[in-house]
Ligand binder design. Sequence first.
Ligand SMILES: NC(=O)c1ccc[n+]([C@@H]2O[C@H](COP(=O)([O-])OP(=O)(O)OC[C@H]3O[C@@H](n4cnc5c(N)ncnc54)[C@H](OP(=O)(O)O)[C@@H]3O)[C@@H](O)[C@H]2O)c1
Length: 242
Amino acid sequence: MKNKIVIVSGGSRGLGKALCIALLESGNTVATFSRSKTDFIKEMELACPDNFYWQQVDATDSAALKKFVNSVYQKYERIDGLVNNAGATLDALLPMTTNDEIDSAIELNLKAVIAITRDVSRVMLREQSGSIINISSILGTRGFKGVSVYGATKSALDGFSRGLARELGTRNIRVNAISPGFLATDMTHGMSDARKNQIIRRTPLGRLGEVSDVTGSVLFLLSDSSRFITGQSLVVDGGLTC
Ligand SMILES: NC(=O)c1ccc[n+]([C@@H]2O[C@H](COP(=O)([O-])OP(=O)(O)OC[C@H]3O[C@@H](n4cnc5c(N)ncnc54)[C@H](OP(=O)(O)O)[C@@H]3O)[C@@H](O)[C@H]2O)c1
């Protein structure tokens, strides 16, 4: 995959950062946003002024998302791929969860994804091609204690991906989800060693995932190599849920 224009939400760190690097290294252009400008973003702006574009956007602001999508389209004149990566976990037992926490999880993990996907799909419809990937989670299909609200948002994202795949397929726009297992990022940083060891014991491939374990699957689903794949959810979890 080369010379594609791809939007990656939340490219400042974690999986989003790894995706930006993988896309740039394989000769593509990346447009990304996050709330904070990390050293990585500053480095990329200097190193790849033509192929890397970042804006400060809070994904829960749908007007700002729309402005971002329009600015990418104006700058690069097409959008070939969208990776909905920005997301946050909510680690709390439901009885201890506040309304604000529930709203925030749904706003970022679900509503923001729907809003930017709508805006990008309008651009892709003009081109009659595109690939959209929603970064879901195995917690959308398997139950784990303390993440019921997060799991609900990811489960909804899987349903959104399947429905949209049917809607946009006739226009050559594909929509798939990727469901990683537990990855070593800021999101799982606070997990206890006991929990990590328990997950590792139950994982056939015997370790937690790295962000680099997921990037190849994303690039595959963005590329023409997957041109007949849509409406699917690809699990990348070392076999934890097999
Ligand atoms: N880590 C895991 O174990 C794991 C497992 C399965 C699925 N996932 C999914 O993988 C995706 C990436 O996770 P990660 O582990 O890489 O997370 P991460 O390290 O916490 O990074 C999250 C990224 O999203 C951005 N972001 C968060 N809130 C935002 C907002 N309101 N507006 C704009 N950008 C925002 C962050 O930047 P700012 O904070 O600067 O805004 C950051 O760039 C998420 O969808 C997550 O649910 C992760």
